[in-house]
Design a protein around this ligand. Sequence first.
Ligand code: BGC
Length: 349
Amino acid sequence: MKAITVEPKTPGSARYDDFPEPEAHEGSVLVEAVAVGVCGTDVEIVEGKYGWAPPGKTRLILGHESLGRVIDPGPYSALKGGDLVVGIVRRPDPVPCSNCAVGEWDMCRNGQYTERGIKEIHGFMSERWRIEPEYAIKVDPSLGILGVLLEPMTVITKALEQVLQAGRRAFWEPRTALVTGAGPIGLLAALRLSANNLEVHVLDRAESGPKPDLVRALGATYHTGSVLDLDFEPDVIVECTGVGSVISDSIQKVGAGGIICLTGVGAGGAVASRAAADVAAAVVLKNNVIVGSVNANKRHWYKAGQNLAASDREWLGRLITRREKPENFKQALQRQPDNIKVVIQFSEV
Ligand code: BGC
């Protein structure tokens, strides 16, 4: 079969060519790939900055935002041939740590978790893939290609659960939410926050293109410029850029008792403007919570599936701004200004 593979930590090593069929130990459910979403993590892996091949192998099949059609459900699953499924990304560490032991692998404590298409297990950018039945999530068939948005939706489902949990430490009636960054994660955050009746604001660099309209279609307000120039102090900030200055400004801007959830993974970008103790003093005096959130466990996958199926299909469809063929994967990985979600399409839904 054909697959998009990379030699992790070797920039420029990605290629689309023949690769052995998935091995039986990868799972009893055999799936035909429909589409795989591309995200910043894939770009980092292709640039040689992140990613690990399976033990004893040099190459890793890329891709963790999957959508596939069951070819053979195997003997152990309730799935049927033709079902649309998405694969859970992370697997618990083998020790296991206490969190992985109770199925909260997203909170793995020893770092020995594995992740499909990222860390030591092959991903989904291959014509066929296998999966263990308990890690295959059946998606509402009426979602069609939109099922490929399930993985990013799980990330935001977990992040918003973290915000809610943090809010429960005190009496809390959040009214305003700010999302920084209008990429797929930011826009899905705005969608869910609006669905939860918050007054939602989204800030991004883009002054034109599809992002402002997508935000306005949610009844939310679109901003460009600096977080510091906003004329309100958000109760909740979901930070989706990973940019140092945006994070620093968000900490300064958040309201008293407010919660900042960091979901962006950036690097560098030293911010010279504020000393750490001054930042901490503001956090202390305002009782703020800054919480990091990564990945998702089965509870989030379940809830995200429900939330995705209940969302406006036309709006969700506008998030997929480009579809590329697998042989054009290099173009798919190139960031273009108006892109939101680019997917590599292996077969028709
Ligand atoms: C994925 C997560 C993963 C994280 C770190 C993200 O792009 O969506 O599932 O845990 O990268 O590897």
